[in-house]
Design a protein around this ligand. Structure first.
Ligand code: HEM
Length: 436
């Protein structure tokens, strides 16, 4: 079938005219996420390229875009104009490999220690004023500081120099704070985790509001600048301490622009779902009154040992309740792709896509929404532990780096199998779920 050309539909899709299809079934969701040849992430790339840069989760594995200029990245560093040809495989492979091989136990402990450190601080401060209680606003004063803490363990970011530790901020970002820009309304530095939300939403939400799009531009540019400064700082001062993961990423990524983009890009991929799943899980447990039951079960599972002393028991006691809560209220709850051509999304019988059954047909330029929430709830219905259904919340299961495309003669060769269940962009850090 003929490839589409870079018409208006692709340059800037008109939301009033664009058809939208919703895939709610698990097999249909997986069909769309797997078949990157017919369902492209080019629109996500178009949206984020001008702020946080063309991060690889938005790139196509064959590096082919309907509007060919999308595959070129023009940017300015230190007053020099540069152009880079995007290459999904070479940009993503080593970074995904590093994330994919990070041990599950370590991720669990990292998360546990980060959360504990924040709570211990509150406890200590309360004791200083002879209180045996404290109050904290869950998102701004617990989850987001804990997320900043965990990224310090993983990447050494926020480092307090290039990126500051802070929750969401409404302040404008300026180069220099002047008298007309008092510190109450403006700031000079990007913050983590606060500035990682809007760029993600601006790119992967199907219809982000004008406010989200504005903040995505401001925050996305600021975090990319911070990423570039962080990389330059560590390249020039090689003796500055680096975390295990950051040392690895520096070693395997020779291009500093790609390195900066990957550091920022992986944080954009991670921070919004970490933040949202934490809130959703806790809401679910409090709303149903199960929080206290899970806490008691957790304590029993430790069998009098510390968490470090009984990691397997600690993780086992949480696996089912966390999976169930995530399948009920997943984040992201939805992803989208854009149809490149007329393609059939097959109807299914049970979990099997049958070629004999009719289905829905997409046409060039259609927005195809994949509802992760209905797929994960469907899985929860089939397996009430939620443990087999959780993969879909991570965009499918990653079993290898790379996956979902073939490499031939050193070149990326489109290779697809809609039933393979191996989506190219599936999260490389699913095992890190515990950290969130
Ligand atoms: C509860 C936590 C998380 C959830 C629910 C989640 C979910 C997802 C989903 C749905 C995708 C696929 C997006 C798409 O197909 O458009 C994805 C990709 C990705 N995630 Fe995660 N994620 C989580 C945590 C993390 C963490 C902790 C990291 C890094 C440390 C991370 C790094 C990435 C990267 C790099 C990709 C892109 C992979 C590629 O394109 O090759 N994620 N994630």
């Amino acid at each position: 079938m003929k490839d589409p050309t870079c018409s208006e539909v692709w340059q800037n899709p008109d939301w009033k005219k664009q058809n939208v299809l919703l895939c709610a079934g698990q097999p249909q969701v997986m069909q769309v996420l797997t078949d990157w040849n017919n369902f492209t992430s080019e629109e996500q790339l178009r949206r984020i390229k001008t702020n946080a840069g063309p991060i690889y989760v938005t790139q196509q594995p064959d590096n082919k875009y309907v509007c060919p200029e999308r595959g070129l990245y023009e940017y300015t560093v230190n007053g020099h104009n540069k152009t880079q040809e995007l290459n999904y495989h070479s940009e993503s492979f080593q970074t995904n490999k590093a994330l994919f091989s990070y041990p599950e136990d370590d991720a669990f402990l990292d998360g546990y220690k980060a959360g504990k450190k924040i709570l211990d601080n509150y406890r200590k401060n309360a004791e200083k004023i002879s209180h045996n209680y404290f109050k904290a606003e869950l998102r701004r004063e617990y989850f987001q500081p804990a997320i900043a803490e965990i990224w310090q363990t993983w990447y050494g970011l926020p480092d307090g120099k290039t990126l500051l530790p802070e929750s969401w901020s409404w302040k404008r970002i300026v180069d220099v704070i002047s008298q007309t820009d008092p510190a109450t309304v403006a700031r000079t530095h990007a913050v983590c985790p606060g500035d990682f939300m809007a760029p993600s939403r601006g790119s992967v939400f199907p219809r982000p509001s004008e406010a989200i799009r504005d903040f995505a531009q401001m925050h996305g540019k600021a975090i990319l600048k911070a990423g570039r400064e962080f990389v330059a700082l560590h390249r020039t001062n090689v003796n500055l301490p680096k975390t295990r993961l950051i040392a690895q990423l520096f070693k395997v990524t020779s291009d500093d622009e790609v390195l900066a983009r990957n550091i920022i890009g992986t944080m954009i991929g991670a921070i919004p779902p970490m933040d949202a799943n934490l809130r959703n899980i806790l809401f679910e447990w409090i709303d149903t009154g199960r929080l206290w039951r899970h806490q008691a079960a957790f304590k029993t599972a430790l069998k009098g040992k510390t968490v470090e002393g009984n990691l397997a028991g600690a993780m086992d006691s949480l696996r089912t309740p966390v999976s169930q809560a995530m399948c009920l209220r997943p984040a992201p709850d939805m992803l989208f792709r854009t149809a490149k051509r007329t393609t059939r999304i097959a109807r299914s019988k049970g979990n099997d896509i049958s070629s004999k059954l009719d289905g829905a047909w997409t046409h060039e330029g259609d927005m195809v929404l994949v509802s992760l929430v209905s797929a994960s709830q469907q899985s929860l219905h089939n397996d009430p532990t939620g443990r087999s259904g959780i993969d879909v919340i991570f965009g499918g299961k990653r079993v290898a780096v790379p996956q979902g495309y073939e490499l031939k003669d050193g070149k990326d060769k489109p290779g697809q199998n809609p039933n393979s269940n191996l989506p190219v962009h599936a999260c490389p850090a699913q095992k890190w779920l515990w950290a969130g």
